[in-house]
Structures are given as C-alpha cells and as structure tokens.
Design a protein around this ligand. Structure first.
Ligand SMILES: Cc1ncc(COP(=O)(O)O)c(C=O)c1O
Length: 403
C-alpha cells in the first residue's frame, strides 16, 4: 500500500505495510556481476585462493592509488584492521585510548580487545564529530593513541587532530570507515595521521562481502601490519612480530571489492541523486532537518541522517516504530552512545552531556542501491502523514499501551 488515508491504514495499527521489501539504511551495493566473475576467474585459474593472491595484490595497489597513499594493507575485517593498527601504533606502557562516544557501537570493544581503556571525548554539536577542542581535555600522561573516528555525514576535524597529535607526540589512527570517498581541505581521506582504517563490510561504500584495510605513508608500519595479519611471519616459520594473527583478506572478497571499486563513481553519483531527492522533499515536513553534505569537498553521499527538531511531534522511538512497521527501516543514529553501554572491561567513566543530548535526536533514513527516488518520495510522504496526524497517533499509541 502506498498512500495512507487514515490512521487505520498505518501498519502499526494493523494496516498493510507501505513497502513489501524492507527499505534499509544499509548501502547494500551490488557491484557488476560480470566484473566480479572476471576478477574471480583470475584467482581461480591460478588456484590461489588466499595468502596474498593476484586480487589482493591488485586491490592493495588500487586502494593506495585511490586514497593517494604509498601503502595499503588489507585484512579480513575492519575490526582486525583497527585492532592490529592500534597494537602497532599505541605508545608502549600507556593505557588509554581517546575516542568519541557517539560512534560505531563496537569501537570501545576493539580497544578493550587490545587492552586499552577507552576514554570517551565529546563531539561538536554542529558536526556530531570529535575535534581538537573535544580531544584536548582527554589527553594525559597515560594516552597511548587517539582514534579519530569520522561521523556518518562529513569528516571530523582532520587538520586539528593531526596538529594536536603532533603537538602531544601521540599516534593518531583515523577510523575512516564512513569517509572512504571523502576529501578535506588537506586532500583525500586516507593519508592523514599515522594511518587510516576502512571496512569492506557488505553495508559499506565498497562491498567486499566483509573485509577491511589500512592506508598509510609509513613503510615500516605497512611492513609490520603485513606481517601481523599473517601470523607474524617474516619468512617461512620465522615469526618476526609477536602480535601476529591470521587476519588476511581472501581472494574472493578482494574480487568483490575490486568490482565495487570499478563502479564507485557511478555509485556515488546514484547516492548523490538520492540525497538530492531527500534534500528537495524534506523541507516540506516541519520538524525534520536533513544533515547536509559539505559539497566544497568530495563526498560519498552514502547515508541519510536527519535531526528531529523540538517541533517534531512524536518521540524518536515512536517515530522509528511507526516507520519500521511500514518496512521503512529507519534507525536511531549511533544510539546508545558508547559511554552509556554496559562495558565488561576497564574504561574511564565520563560525563558527556553534549553527546547525551545529541544521541537522542538523530535518525538514519533508508538509502543505498535498493532505495529508489520514488521510494524516497513515499518515505517523505509517510513522514508528512505522521507529522500531520501526530496528535491522533499519540493518543492511539497511548490507548494501545505502546507509550
Ligand atoms: C565506524 C566503523 N568502524 C569500524 C567498523 C568495523 O568494521 P567491520 O564490520 O568490517 O569489522 C564499522 C563497521 O560497521 C564501522 O561502522
């Protein structure tokens, strides 16, 4: 069912859903199948499925060129890319890692895995991103590393963090998972700080089924990471680094990523059109503000994030429940923030009033390859219906005991 004429037709009150196929907030890129098969044939013909085969080598060259860095080292997941880069970079004998709380839900767990205590910093209300100003108060004699995580829309304060890390002589690793395609005033994302980390999870801009990679201009770090992902070996049965595990990317995932990379400009253009559709239609709905991409620099337009303003007449939780019932899989933006989650590992308890406030107000809306401009028009129409009928909806939710 498309249009809703009355409350009874809302799926949350028993009507049929607006969409038969769920509309997700994941990118869900499907690269060109023939290209994927072409790359797959390469490793298949050579009978080399893993251990630095032809696709992994080619992918690392192409990603380094894409990010304009000297080196790229691939991994089986973004998690292991980040964890091993932290192990390689963190100042020895120091115990804390600085990271934002309003970020990817597993980032603190990665730090815990490598035995560092997360110290959460605030973000700027205007950008939802950490900055030199929010990180500076968190630096102390125990700081081992700054983890510079970009938010979902636009980049964090790259120049400020680079300058701060240099001033304090602390390694800076960027979590650039959400900023693969972006550039900043200083150039393309990939070459900042000591290293930058990316994910090839199926929901990311580059879909490799799963995987991750690190870019860097530091030759010895690249060599160390290459060794760490392969048991720590530097030669046959010769362990040269102590923290090695088995975390290489396999050839099939590299083939998928290469096919994704071949189509990345087309994908970004498609994403841009979808973002423009939201940007054209959303201003008609009172109480919702679209987070705009900074078009002075390159953007990937991968995700759509909106702020629910004070005049939005429903709670975010109810808004999500209503949309989800329609198979519009809207999600709360990075909620709960990390410092509010139970942590069964050592961490620094912190008060973050700005993060607490921001964590209540934002929403991811459907995007990606499987969401058409027409779907977006229907999603915005749905938001308009909710807004126009909010009083009755609130009453009905209370009657039903939903609130
Ligand atoms: C910001 C961020 N960092 C790190 C990761 C971890 O990447 P992976 O899922 O490849 O382990 C993710 C995954 O969603 C992420 O969104």
């Amino acid at each position: 069912m498309s249009r809703k004429n009355n409350l009874e037709e809302l799926a949350i009150f028993g009507g049929s859903s607006m969409f038969a196929i769920p509309k997700s907030t994941s990118n869900l890129l499907q690269p060109n199948f023939r290209q994927f098969m072409g790359y797959s044939k390469l490793f298949f013909d050579q009978h080399q499925y893993t251990n630095n085969g032809p696709n992994v080598k080619l992918l690392e060259q192409r990603l380094a060129a894409f990010h304009e860095t000297a080196y790229c080292v691939t991994f089986c997941t973004g998690f292991w890319a980040i964890a091993l880069a932290i192990v390689a970079l963190a100042l020895k004998g120091k115990t804390e890692i600085v990271m934002p709380s309003l970020t990817y839900r597993r980032l603190a767990d990665i730090a815990a895995w490598v035995n560092l205590k997360p110290r959460f910093c605030e973000v700027e209300a205007a950008t939802l991103a950490m900055s030199a100003a929010t990180v500076r108060p968190c630096i102390n004699e125990n700081t081992a590393l700054i983890l510079g995580a970009h938010p979902i829309v636009n980049c964090c304060d790259v120049d400020g963090l680079v300058a701060l890390a240099k001033e304090k002589n602390i390694p800076l690793l960027f979590d650039s998972v959400e900023s693969v395609y972006e550039s900043t005033a200083g150039g393309k994302v990939g070459g900042f700080g000591s290293a930058e980390a990316f994910s090839l999870h199926a929901c990311k801009l580059l879909n490799g089924f799963g995987g991750g990679y690190i870019t860097t201009n530091d030759a010895s770090l690249a060599r160390q990471l290459d060794s760490m992902r392969g048991f720590g070996f530097g030669g046959v049965n010769n362990v040269v680094v102590p923290d090695g595990i088995n975390a290489s990317l396999n050839e099939m995932h590299a083939a998928m990523t290469l096919a994704s990379l071949d189509g990345v400009d087309e994908q970004v253009e498609r994403n841009r059109q979808r973002y423009y559709t939201y940007r054209r239609l959303l201003p008609a709905i009172p109480g919702i503000r679209l987070l705009e991409f900074n078009e002075r620099y390159r953007a990937g337009y991968k995700n759509i994030v909106v702020e629910l303003l004070d005049e939005w007449p429903l709670t975010r939780a109810d808004t999500i429940s209503i949309l989800n019932a329609e198979k519009i899989l809207a999600r709360a933006y990075y909620s709960p923030p990390l410092h509010r989650k139970p942590m069964a590992f050592p961490h620094i308890p912190t008060d973050l009033p700005v993060t607490d406030r921001l964590a209540e107000g934002y929403l991811n809306l459907p995007c990606g390859q499987l969401v058409s401009n027409d779907d977006i028009a229907r999603i915005v129409e749905m938001l308009g219906f909710i807004s126009a009928n909010a009083n009755q909806i609130n009453d009905r939710l209370r009657e039903n005991g939903v609130k």
